[in-house]
Design a protein around this ligand. Sequence first.
Ligand SMILES: Cc1cc2nc3c(=O)[nH]c(=O)nc-3n(C[C@H](O)[C@H](O)[C@H](O)COP(=O)(O)OP(=O)(O)OC[C@H]3O[C@@H](n4cnc5c(N)ncnc54)[C@H](O)[C@@H]3O)c2cc1C
Length: 385
Amino acid sequence: MEGKSTSLFSHWEKTVFFDKIDLVIIGGGIVGTNAAIRLKELHPGWKIVILERGTLPLGASTRNAGFACFGSMTELLDDLENQNQKEVFDLLERRWKGLQRLRQRVGDQQLNYYNYGAYELFHASEEYEFKQCMDKLEAFNQVLKEITGIEEVFEVKDQRIKDFGLAGIKHLIYNKAEGQLNPGRMMQELWKLARSMEIEIHCGVEVNQLQNHDGGVKLWCNERLQFSAARALLATNGFTKRLFPHLEVLPARNQVLITKPVSALKLKGCFHYDKGYYYFRNVGDRILLGGGRNLAKEEEQTDEFGHTDIIQNKLKQLLSEMILPDNPFEIDHWWSGILGVGPKKAPIVERIEPNIFTAVRLGGMGVAIGTLVGEQAAEYITDIV
Ligand SMILES: Cc1cc2nc3c(=O)[nH]c(=O)nc-3n(C[C@H](O)[C@H](O)[C@H](O)COP(=O)(O)OP(=O)(O)OC[C@H]3O[C@@H](n4cnc5c(N)ncnc54)[C@H](O)[C@@H]3O)c2cc1C
């Protein structure tokens, strides 16, 4: 006899794994997972399911540089050009608080968190930019003292240029309150915590379409899986346009490399260069380096992973000429990740349809604010239902 519906999924799978779901979260990165954890705290009886299309999160959360950072001086100055002071300092505070919340949730040891500080580099040709930072140093330190409780967060440390073996750099501004962590460990621990709270995470499930339906949400996925849930949260960041093209979240690819261990490596900490377009850090005795999106903005506005010669060549040049001029090195591995960016440096946490919510557009700061954005989405959904 002919059945009503055909699917790759069995009756058992459909009725056990995809039935009576109170909240489905699309995307298992830092935002989706934190939203799930907070919602489970608020609604212990809810069935919460995370759908992740990758075997592991396949976006930015396990592919980033692991800077536990809240803003270099030029980045803050740049933000002040485009947004008002309150918005900029509020975001600064959220980044700081988000990092503290992440460290509290997961634990420094589990995160491989190290407080080595961060440095912003200035070339001789950037004397004007350096001077602008100097003019604001005291004022920024005052704001940061109010936010972090730490005195003199920023200070000039030009003497370390030689210690680190950097070439072609004239000034360094040190930020003593920034650290570094291991994004793989971060997500491994967050998934472990989520699973310990009976949040189900299904990998390899890609949502192709979702819409409001009959007081809930209907979802269509790969492998002909269809099911309904009471509500859905999109935590799809740079891939959001594939589902809702009208949302202002543009994908931005970032290419990254890591070297093999470098003997007698002198660098330790996180480094921001060229207004944050390039970033590098030590990972033990290796160097991780990424960025260069400004060299080919249009080409990098993609949600496809991959590499280009122009960016790879520039990163190799920076390594040999500026970062490791005196150390022989070999590149071990390249990868790329996808950011979600937009005209404003602010995440979109909102209801877009009666039972569909978003927590997307984390820009280059999701390690810092991802925990709070996930939690904010959870509380927002709770207020509405
Ligand atoms: C190379 C790189 C370096 C970075 N460095 C830093 C840094 O040092 N410090 C910092 O603070 N931030 C950094 N960031 C930014 C930070 O990683 C991101 O802001 C953050 O990870 C975003 O988290 P998310 O959960 O919103 O998105 P993501 O981690 O991208 O998660 C979204 C998830 O949704 C899944 N998904 C998408 N569509 C679907 C679908 N239809 N069905 C099912 N699943 C789907 C994806 O597979 C993905 O796993 C960096 C980003 C990149 C790419």
